[in-house]
Design a protein around this ligand. Structure first.
Ligand code: FMN
Length: 161
């Protein structure tokens, strides 16, 4: 057990905390699709319904999301870790596999996701080396038959029933 917070390895500590796995997507005015995998997704407010996803300021997707009008949060299901890995991979066409299609409001969606949230970009808040994308939730689609994927100890796992 760390006795001094100065000894704490922050990333190792946070790796022990289970988190959801989402693919956040948007499409820009030229029709170009953007997406990235994130585990920083959290619910922020009930009234109004707000969620946040934090995005690295150095990410290739940063300017697309911070200037987007709308975005979609696809909460991945337990059997979609391959999609999570692809949307975290640099320098590839993350949409080439064709498992993302235009869904609610024309945003790139994953049909078999456990949950999809359609968001209007409400605010972008500075968070150190990340920007917090705050989304106002406009639509929710939930598949109660599909367990959400979890990321913990740097591994993808299916939550125990
Ligand atoms: C499980 C997992 C969770 C991730 N969570 C985040 C996150 O919350 N925020 C973030 O900016 N990047 C996160 N990443 C990294 C991004 O998916 C992506 O690799 C990074 O933005 C670099 O992409 P780029 O090539 O577009 O610059 C995560 C990656 C994985 C595998």
């Amino acid at each position: 057990m760390p006795t001094d917070t100065r000894e704490l390895d922050f990333t190792s500590a946070m790796a022990r905390v289970p988190g959801p796995v989402v693919v956040t997507t948007t499409v820009d005015e030229s029709g170009c699709r953007w997406g990235f995998t994130a585990s920083s997704f959290v619910s922020l407010s009930l009234a109004p319904p707000l969620v946040t996803v934090s995005l690295d300021k150095k990410a290739s997707t940063h300017s697309a999301f911070t200037s987007a009008g709308h975005f979609m949060v696809n909460v991945l299901a337990h059997d979609q870790s391959d999609i999570a890995r692809r949307f975290a991979t640099s320098g590839v066409d993350r949409f080439a596999a064709g498992d993302t299609v235009p869904l609610e409001r024309g945003l790139p969606g994953i049909p078999e996701a456990a949950v999809r949230l359609v968001c209007r970009l409400h605010d972008v808040v500075d968070g150190g080396d990340h920007s917090m994308l705050i989304g106002h939730v406009l639509d929710c689609v939930t598949d109660v038959e599909r367990d959400a994927l979890v990321y913990v100890d740097r591994a993808f796992v299916r939550p125990a029933p």
